[in-house]
Every structure is written in structure tokens, then in C-alpha cells.
Design a protein around this ligand. Structure first.
Ligand SMILES: Nc1nc2c(ncn2[C@@H]2O[C@H](COP(=O)(O)OP(=O)(O)OP(=O)(O)O)[C@@H](O)[C@H]2O)c(=O)[nH]1
Ligand SMILES: [Mg+2]
Ligand SMILES: [Zn+2]
Length: 336
């Protein structure tokens, strides 16, 4: 309110009937009343591709935005050339308030935090059941980032044609988190797509996970044919997938409301920005066990109630191990 109120008053004075004929002054900060609304689809070295109505418009940040950066998923206000024609460049004059922010740091010691995606409702945490091997610790970190950033998590387990999901389901099936399991065959015959679609319709979902887990393969199966991206090939020598996806990109779900955001593969998901006391929220299976903990329990001390909680069979010991590991890496950072 305050941001625009002052300028509105000034403009009212300048345009009131008695002063007809006075040309609007250009030395007042424009308030961009006629700015168009856009959605940031992708960002590439300062150039942003935005969807304005049904056109894709290239834009750059206006100087008045200062250091504030727009990211994929941001709702922005644009002025200037909005035709979307080749070699035109619009200006982003405002970034609307975000409903959610998916943040990560390169690692826990890295204070430089990047916003990966703005305004996503849901975080699809993609894990291959094999090739590459599942990494529960990365899953846990993504869960923490989801809870912290206001996104609902969805677990996607791919490549069930290579290995069964049993072990992961044991760890995560008990959590109150929706999950889907997919295989190559189910991707090809469309059954996997239908199952995943059920979880995505009407929402903005960001896909994250290690490189080579099949994020782009899955996203491609969900979006119109002409919007598909290239996917990686698993390197025969290292067995690892190449980092084929190099930038985040928002794509519309085919034939319906909703967006999917494909992101580049990550090795780690640094949580420098997350307050350690909030980490427990990503472990709902353990959270109820903390009722018996001493005040301000670090959950890694002799009186912590979680040891008994796990011994009594309320949660998997691997989950407590994971929580403690995560807290320990956070603590080390807090200490320095
Ligand atoms: N066997 C099997 N292979 C799959 C499946 N899904 C994807 N792949 C293969 O896994 C490899 C990597 O897939 P991508 O979709 O590029 O993986 P990504 O997660 O986008 O990787 P980055 O872009 O590097 O983060 C490709 O060779 C896919 O064909 C699956 O369900 N089963
Ligand atoms: Mg990819
Ligand atoms: Zn405790």
C-alpha cells in the first residue's frame, strides 16, 4: 500500500481536470500502472523469458529493481516492447510477492543462497531406484527445503524396472507424504503419466533430484510434444548421467491447468538458510516423539526422547540417523 500510495497522490494532482493540457512529467518515478503481467519461464544470464498472455517475451530487469533477482516461477510486471518479436527486450519493473520459495545453498557452509523456483505449490523429489542409487539423505534435505519454503512434497521414485521400491517405501511410505513409483515401461504406455498427473493437476510443481534420475524424461512425458527438452544418456564408463539440464524451465502441463518446472540435477542440497529448529518438521514420523524431549533439545543428547521412540518401534532407526546427521552438519556451520 505504502509503496504506491504516494505516487498515486502526486499523479492525481497532475492529471486532475483543472490542469488539462499539462503533459505528464517524466521526472517522477513511473508507477507502471499499465505494466503487463508475466510469468518467468526461464532465466539465462540476465535474460528472462516471460509468458505474457500467450506470447513469450524476452526481458531484462529494470535498474530500479536493484539487486533483487527474478527467478523461474516469479510473477512479474513488464513494460516496454511486449510484442515478443525477435530482438525485442521488455523490462521487468516489479516482482510480485511470492507465495513460496524453494531455496538452496551449494552446501551447508555456503552462505550464498539461491532461490531455485518461486511460487511453486509442490516439490516433486525425484529419486531413481537404481542408476543412480537412491540417496535418502538428499531426499531428507529436499524435504526440509520443501517444508521450510512452503511447498508440499511429493516423492517420485523412477526406474522401478531396474530395482524394486521396497526399501525406500519402508523408509518413506509411512510418512504422510504422497508418492508415485514409475518405470520405463509405464512411461512408454502412459500409465505412469496418468498416475503422476493426478498429483499435478492445477498446481505448480518443481522437480528436483540428483542428475540422471529421470526428471526431464518424466517432465517430457507430461508436457506438449513441441515443448520437450533433450535428456541425458547414462555414460557407459562412469555409469553416471550427464548434467544435461543446465537451467530451470517452467513448462505447461499438456491439456490442463498446471505447470511443471524442470531443474538441473544437484549433488547436494545445502540448507545454510534453514534454522536447525525447523529441521524436525521434515521428519513427521519423529516429530511426535519429541514431546518427551527436554526443553530446547538438540535431539542428539542423552536425554533425547527419540532413542526410546525408535526403540519402541514408532519410527525407523535409519530416519533418526538421518535426522541427526542433518542436524550435525547444520550445527558445525552454526559453530563457526
Ligand atoms: N531404465 C530406466 N531408465 C530411465 C527411466 N527414466 C529415465 N531413464 C533414463 O535415465 C537417463 C537420465 O534421464 P534424464 O531424464 O535426462 O535425467 P535428469 O534427472 O533430467 O538428469 P539431469 O538433467 O542431469 O539432472 C536417461 O538415459 C533416461 O532414458 C526409467 O524409468 N527407467
Ligand atoms: Mg534433466
Ligand atoms: Zn530430542
Amino acid at each position: 500500500m505504502r509503496r504506491y500510495g504516494k505516487h498515486t497522490d502526486e499523479d492525481d494532482i497532475r492529471t486532475r481536470p483543472g490542469r488539462r493540457g499539462t503533459r505528464p512529467r517524466t521526472n517522477i518515478r513511473p508507477k507502471h500502472e499499465d505494466a503487463a503481467e508475466g510469468l518467468v519461464l526461464t532465466v539465462d544470464r540476465g535474460r528472462l523469458t516471460c509468458l505474457v498472455d500467450d506470447r513469450t517475451v524476452m526481458a531484462m530487469k529494470a535498474r530500479e529493481l536493484g539487486r533483487k533477482a527474478a527467478v523461474v516461477g516469479d510473477r512479474v510486471a513488464l513494460v516496454g516492447d511486449l510484442t515478443g518479436k525477435k530482438d525485442t527486450l521488455a523490462r521487468i519493473v516489479r516482482i510480485e510477492q511470492r507465495t513460496s520459495v524453494l531455496r538452496r545453498t551449494a552446501d551447508d557452509d555456503d552462505p550464498f543462497e539461491r532461490v531455485v523456483v518461486a511460487n511453486a505449490d509442490q516439490l516433486a523429489i525425484v529419486t531413481a531406484l537404481a542408476d543412480p542409487e537412491p540417496r535418502p539423505r538428499l531426499i531428507d534435505r529436499c524435504l526440509v527445503a520443501a517444508f521450510d519454503g512452503g511447498l508440499e512434497p511429493l516423492l517420485v521414485m523412477t526406474k522401478s524396472d531396474l530395482a524394486p521400491p521396497d526399501k525406500l517405501l519402508e523408509l518413506y511410505g509411512a510418512l504422510d507424504i504422497p508418492y508415485v513409483v514409475t518405470s520405463r515401461e509405464e512411461l512408454e504406455n502412459g500409465t505412469a503419466v496418468a498416475r503422476v498427473r493426478e498429483q499435478l493437476d492445477g498446481r505448480i510443481t518443481a522437480f528436483v533430484g540428483h542428475s540422471g534420475v529421470g526428471k526431464t524424461t518424466l517432465v517430457n512425458a507430461l508436457v506438449p510434444e513441441d515443448q520437450r527438452r533433450t535428456t541425458g544418456h547414462v555414460n557407459a564408463v562412469t555409469g553416471r548421467g550427464r548434467h544435461t539440464t543446465t537451467s530451470a524451465l517452467a513448462l505447461p502441463l499438456s491439456g490442463g491447468a498446471g505447470w511443471v518446472v524442470d531443474t538441473p540435477g544437484v549433488r547436494s542440497f545445502g540448507l545454510h538458510h534453514v534454522n536447525p529448529s525447523r529441521v524436525i518438521h521434515a521428519f513427521p514420523d519423529l516429530e511426535s516423539g519429541t514431546e518427551g524431549c527436554p526443553r530446547a533439545c538438540s535431539h542428539d543428547e542423552p536425554d533425547c526422547a527419540l532413542d526410546a521412540w525408535v526403540e519402541e518401534g514408532h519410527a525407523d532407526p535409519a530416519r533418526l540417523y538421518s535426522l541427526r546427521r542433518l542436524l550435525a552438519t547444520r550445527e558445525r556451520k552454526e559453530g563457526d
